[in-house]
Design a protein around this ligand. Structure first.
Ligand SMILES: [Zn+2]
Length: 134
């Protein structure tokens, strides 16, 4: 599903549609940003640059949802939602669902992501599906 956006995060969604992760970094001071910004809050530079980043990181936090709530009926319960600190983007954090065996899920666990889709209500939203890395 193609997304159109004129917001600061438009390159993120365009890359996700191609199966890639890109994250914004200030072209002057090198600070990674997420959520995306049009201007660096550290140095004031307007030149935010987008870089391909490996979808690999560390679980910052997670939760297991046992009961469906509005929009999640298509996911199936229980499901595990992660907040992942991205290794190659200064630890900036992305959310997503955990696929596969969740027996080793813990804060600090290493995960790798692939771009997939998540059903939310009547829409298929491009999103990261994370897997435990070891
Ligand atoms: Zn900067």
């Amino acid at each position: 599903m193609a997304h159109s956006s004129i917001e600061a995060d438009a390159p993120y969604w365009a890359a996700l549609d191609e199966g890639r992760l890109v994250m914004p970094r200030c072209g002057h001071c090198g600070t990674w940003h997420w959520p995306a910004v049009a201007r660096c809050g550290e140095c004031g530079n307007w030149g935010v640059e987008w870089h391909d980043v490996a979808p690999e990181g560390t679980v910052f936090t997670w939760t297991r949802t046992w009961h469906p709530f509005g929009g999640t009926e298509g996911i199936g319960t229980p499901f595990v939602t992660l907040v992942v600190s991205i290794d190659g983007a200064g630890g900036k954090r992305l959310m997503g669902l955990l696929d596969g065996d969740d027996a080793g899920i813990a804060i600090g666990a290493k995960v790798k992501g692939v771009v997939g889709q998540t059903r939310f209500g009547d829409r298929a939203v491009p999103s990261f599906h994370w897997h435990l890395a070891n």
